[in-house]
Design a protein around this ligand. Sequence first.
Ligand SMILES: [Zn+2]
Length: 375
Amino acid sequence: MGSKKKRSKQARNKQPALPTQGEPQTAGARIVPELNTASPEKCYEIRDAGSKGVGVFATRLIPAGTLITTEKPILTFFQNPISPEDVTKALASRSMTDKQRFANLRTAFDMPNRAKGPLPHASIKRSQEAMNYMRVNSNSIPDKDTSNVYDEMCRFNHSCKVNAHRYGVPSVDVGMQCRAVSDIQEGEEITVCYSVDLYCMTAAERKAAMPMMGYFWECECNICQGPPAQRLVSDMRRRLIRLVKILMLGRDISLGPGVNKLDVQAIRSAAFQKTAQWNEDVRNTIYLFLTATLLDAEGAAMDEVSTMYGQAALTLACHADKVGLARLPAPVLLNIMAWRKRAEELVALSPGSKNDMWVHLRKGLDSVASDGDLS
Ligand SMILES: [Zn+2]
């Protein structure tokens, strides 16, 4: 066991920051080995998905964790905003194959059952048409700050309860990968979440907000169209996620058209009154663990979930260190180990750009011995 002074220094060094929007990456080696960018054995097909237009479907059982596909974009834009002229100019320099792949992209505006967009396909100019293709089919790679158009990556339909996750691949220039986050049965549609903001909205709020977010169709997922009781449970979890995020961040990041306004100050003061006697580390641990657990229960395959589990574990370990414990009590150690294990499972399923953050957290957690010794 080190001196009190030494322990305090260690604790400061290990203390994780609470998550913030757009948190920069922490430098360090990546824990996930360089991802295989060669095409894996194809396990999906793109075909008609009824009222959704086209979709991606499993052609065999895809076990959780399987890399479904890796793809480089047809077009990449570094500027923002992007004009219709930018799109046509970029297209002009591409090969005939890429032009054809781009032309083959179907947009929401082309699909009769989903065509609720403001721009009738037949009446728009050619450059505007290309812009629409771009807008509907582009994916951004957050850390690269680019907008990209992919041939197949944009064919995955949205679900509020996903079975796969798309993420940018640092080792492949603005490339994306899609990986199964649960077992996907043969014939089952492979779905991803289009916006993490949706995890803070109830079903009714999503229905109202999604058109404002550019999604001009009604979600047909198992939650939005499933049994009311199941939807109610999901709504309660998502409202709680939003409330706890308000407590962690001090502001509501879920404001927007279609989303019910919450009284942030009233929520914060009520929560503070109930938890005034709590140590700040304990409060942060509970908030982090609660948010991670709720997002996990909603099937959110986000890097944020693994990060929050790791931060909850490390915050608790740091608190024990700060108060001078040489060894973690068994129940605390069990929690820390369970949260770390779940974080590791999620990182393996979703090896996104936040892996660098996990490297930082894991390094801190490595100072907790398997028997709970902190020295
Ligand atoms: Zn849905």
